[in-house]
Design a protein around this ligand. Sequence first.
Ligand SMILES: [Zn+2]
Length: 340
Amino acid sequence: MPLIPLRVLLDHAAENDYGVAALNVNNMEQIQAIMTAAQETDSPVIIQASRGARAYSNDAYLRHLMLAAVELNPDTPIVMHLDHGNGPAACFSAIEQGFTSVMMDGSLSEDGKTPSDYDYNVKVTREVVQKAHAAGISVEGEIGALGGIEDGHGAGLSEEEAREHLTDPAQAEQFVKDTNLDALAVAIGTSHGAYKFKKKPTGDVLKMDLIEEIHKRLPDTHIVMHGSSSVPQELQDIINAYGGDIKQTYGVPVEEIQRGIKNGVRKINVDTDSRLAMTGAIRKVFAESPEQFDPRKYLTPAREAMKEVCKARMIAFGQAGWAGKVPIKTCREMVDFYKK
Ligand SMILES: [Zn+2]
């Protein structure tokens, strides 16, 4: 089975009322964790790489790891997505590398941290949509801007700044008309990284009602939730029990994401939970077996821990069981779809 474009998978998810976790990767163990989770739950998957991941791993390694995933999992629909492209050039180079979907994040300027203006966002997103669609590649855009870590992964706004950049539903509607994108990332109070909320989020900080309003205005647009790790307490506890120092923090509860899925959310970005799971497993080995020095001795449990998190999300978001039912369309076939 070839890599498929994001649009094909999200159209199927919308028809069948499920969401799909978009899981970030930087290395072989993470790709293996995701693919094993997909196998064990019969899930289609979105694997994404950020600008930081591309710099860390090198596109050639990423591309070949993805091709290995395709070769070893012939029955699993796989989307290879660029997370937070910071300009048209980044998106076009990803397309050259075989990505089947790109995010043009024009909500920020090219530095990846300064909020841009609407006209800039439309201009760069439309430019990417035109070229990408001509090649059958899907495009995600973003309106509003998220807070959180600044590591080539997304916005570096503070929690307070981010609150001023929540998505305006009327502007979201206009943005989709102006750009013709496939999926729309919205800012509803989540942020990137582990430190999302200081207490379990309620409706005043996590604006799920905004999703409902956006979905009413844009019933045919696939909504994307960024910064949607749940930051489970047990993963924080494992890290801290073995010498780590994660300050108490709260993520996006899985039940809130499920509410989003009922209201048009089709792609849910999860990265921090994978990082926490791997780090906890590695710390445990280091603490309990300080004599070990074979990387396989700690990367094996790390990979297993990430797999378990991925499986839990795949089941919770509803993508489990659908792998064999997603229609398989290549980017080439999508060229004609976009011409219409
Ligand atoms: Zn993001």
